[in-house]
Structures are given as structure tokens and as C-alpha cells.
Design a binder for this molecule. Structure first.
Ligand code: FES
Length: 129
């Protein structure tokens, strides 16, 4: 089956089939948008921050399954982290957490990394620094 062609682990498959934290957030503290110039897929990541720590994250991604799985995983990975810690989450870490991505899909996790950086930058701008 097609699923076997993907190197995702069981956690990755779960994020692929049942992505969590999808949707809009009411009054987010930061919003980050990223677009892949090649495929045109986009991700919007909203974060809620309390005393410097990300307490909630939601995403809206218009893109492929790998981008959606990466987005879902990203929201789980950054929740509970400080904004500084969230900036250390790399596309490689996201792909690893999913059990790996096919070579043609590696850029999908890059989209998620860019969205984290944009969301934290937006949060910092809103807070004035
Ligand atoms: Fe473009 Fe996945 S194919 S983000």
C-alpha cells in the first residue's frame, strides 16, 4: 500500500491521519506564516504565550500530508517550551519525530520550522521586543 512507501513511524502516521491542534486560535499572542515557494503550500501557526512559555499552539496548513503531519507534530513539540526553546526546534527534529520523511518531502518540515520562527518573531514584535 502507499502508506508503506512512507518512512513515518507510528506516531508520524497518527499525526498524518489524525492531525491535532488544527484550526484558528482566538486572540493568539503570535502568528507565523510560511510558504514554500516551490509547491506553494502554506502554513499558519498561532501561539498563545504566558510568562514567556508557549501554552497553546494551533495550525492551519494548506498543503500536502507531510506538511500537515509536520504542522501537527510541531504544535505538540513547542507546547510547554519557552519561546527561546521553541526556536531550537529544527525541521530535522520535526522530521525525526515523525519517523523520517521521504526525501521529496523534507521541505515540508522546513515549512513548519519557518512558521515557528515567524510566530515567535511576531510574538516578540507585539510585546515590543
Ligand atoms: Fe509542499 Fe509538502 S509538498 S509542503
Amino acid at each position: 500500500m502507499a502508506e508503506k512507501a512512507y518512512p513515518y513511524n507510528s506516531v508520524g502516521m497518527d499525526h498524518l491521519k489524525h492531525p491535532g491542534n488544527m484550526g484558528e486560535m482566538e486572540s493568539p499572542d503570535g502568528i507565523g506564516e510560511a510558504q514554500n515557494p516551490v509547491c506553494g503550500d502554506t502554513m499558519r501557526l498561532s501561539i498563545k504565550v504566558e510568562t514567556g512559555r508557549i501554552v497553546d499552539a494551533k495550525f492551519l496548513t494548506f498543503g500536502c500530508g507531510a506538511a500537515i503531519a509536520s504542522s501537527s507534530m510541531t504544535t505538540e513539540m513547542i507546547k510547554g517550551k519557552t519561546t527561546d526553546e521553541a526556536l531550537l526546534v529544527s525541521d530535522q527534529m520535526i522530521a525525526d519525530a515523525l519517523g523520517g520523511l521521504p526525501p521529496s518531502k523534507v521541505h515540508c518540515s522546513v515549512l513548519a520550522e519557518k512558521a515557528i520562527r515567524a510566530a515567535v518573531a511576531d510574538y516578540r514584535k507585539r510585546k515590543g521586543g
